[in-house]
Design a protein around this ligand. Sequence first.
Ligand code: ADP
Length: 270
Amino acid sequence: MMGSASLYLSTKVARVLGAVPGRSLRSLPKPRGLESYRSLRNLRTPPIAAGMEDEAGRKPAPPALAAFAGVTRSRVSTSAGGGPGAGDWFELSPSSVLKLQKGDITKWFVDGSTDAIVNAANERMLGGGGVDGAIHRAAGPELREACSKVPEVRPGVRCPTGEARITPAFQLPVSHVIHTVGPIYDVDKQPDVSLGNAYRNSLRLAKENNIQYIAFPAISCGVYGYPYKEASRIAISKAKEFSDDFKEVCFVLFSDDLYRVWLESALELL
Ligand code: ADP
């Protein structure tokens, strides 16, 4: 399974690079300065800011090409390892890519105006641990203030499990934060439905707000205990459902284990 998926991916990557469809990626000439063909897929990650040049003096790709070739100005912290901007990308449609990156989602951005990160929040929406805490710390106290103004649907609940809410991002480099609440795996009666709803409602709300670039953490895969494999399949399937609606759907994975599982599922499903 993995072998044929990898071959399929290679064909897709080769097609984007202008190679003959069906020809193995390994038969392409090796680009100068790249360590391996795995690195070939990292070509898309140019410098962090517009106007900056990379070490080889190349300018970032212009936005239209960026959208097609998966080259954007997004970048994540490499605290989890893997080199600057390390990751993998997959074509969702001719104008949309799904990216996997390792690192800290609070550092992710594309243009600061049509980009958003998703927060794995709790129903109260006033901050918490894990990625929620990291996002609130990086965004500053205005984020909590904005969240507190989201109306409660019942006492103590601003965003029920599976739903999503949007706020500005304040000190974060993106324009918006979409807050969603994933299921607690051992408590929710239908965790797969709730997790699917959390992804779908986040994507729907992003689309309604003209977001073009969106990044997700592994919702529910921390203290909420969702098994990585099942979660990754749901996450990638939902991104696929919105393949015409975003220039980029990115999963920013915090650990090597999460990254490996997401990559396996992407290879199987895309
Ligand atoms: P949940 O309550 O939905 O399980 P957690 O915050 O506990 O939320 O974890 C969700 C996922 O976010 C986990 O896989 C965790 O490793 C990851 N995570 C934690 N901090 C960050 C961060 N700064 N950037 C990206 N992912 C993060």
